[in-house]
Design a protein around this ligand. Sequence first.
Ligand code: PBG
Length: 327
Amino acid sequence: MTFPEQRPRRLRRTAAMRRMVAETRLCVDDLVAPLFVREGIADPAPISSLPGVVQHSRSSLRDEVAELRGMGIPAVILFGIPESRDPVGSEAWNPDGVVQVALRDLRDDLGDDMVLLADLCVDEYTDHGHCGVVADDGTVDNDATLELYQRVAVAQAEAGADVCAPSGMMDGQVAAIRSALDSSGHDQVSILAYAAKYASALYGPFRDAVDVEIADGGDRRGYQQDPPNAREALSEIRADLAEGADMVMVKPALAYLDVVARVRDEVDVPLAVYHVSGEYAMVEAAAANGWLDGDAVAMEHLLAIKRAGADFILTYLARRAAQLIGS
Ligand code: PBG
């Protein structure tokens, strides 16, 4: 007797069959929408390198988040664009700073219906565009910066953030923020560490979105991770977990799916992946030229990020993906 030959194509024959055997599913619960809110504007302002994404006004942000909630998206992460900047980014911890005001608005509007994450960094608030205090030699002073991050964490928590998400890649930032939160009565505020964040050219459009240009043609290679290194990402992740991170992130997404898979194998905490501005812009640009089907590629990218091991995805595609999933 001959054994029946394996025929994988039997399971690909119909759409229903493919749905039944799918190993990975993308759903609305997987999506976190990054949103920009700009101080002092009356109407939302488009971002040229991120078509379809805007800098929100205080009121348009409220409307947008209400709509996202109606679509079932569970969470948003806020980035602020302040009216004034200084060397230390003090607007980042001003109780009346743009993100703090937005957090209070959204908490009033939503109660606990959505998770409110706050990106925790100072680069949008410094006049030189670096993620911390610049020392005389031009490098970013790690420990002086930690003190700033502590102030930002407390301000965000006071304003109603559920999650602080430190993105500055300073050594010891998670421990510093955890202790500031705990000692100010915010022990229930959790930390999503941008643990493995690479110095990537894919953040280009984001800098337009927040109107940041790093002074003197500078870059972030002195603090963000070097793209050749994957093992180093695992040690960054372990360090952040040891310091008290509740969740960890890999960023960017598609060029780093090997890192995502390795981190997934290693940790049990929730793993976030950030599909960043440049990844979004590339698909939009090609689709606008009619070179590919933007919706199909977008969904394929998000699915691939999940397949690699992400529990949730920060993506400018959140609204569109929710619509496509729902339809
Ligand atoms: C830093 C921060 C950046 C992004 C998120 N947080 C910019 C950077 O590190 O240069 C990039 C996100 C994106 O490109 O979509 N606050």
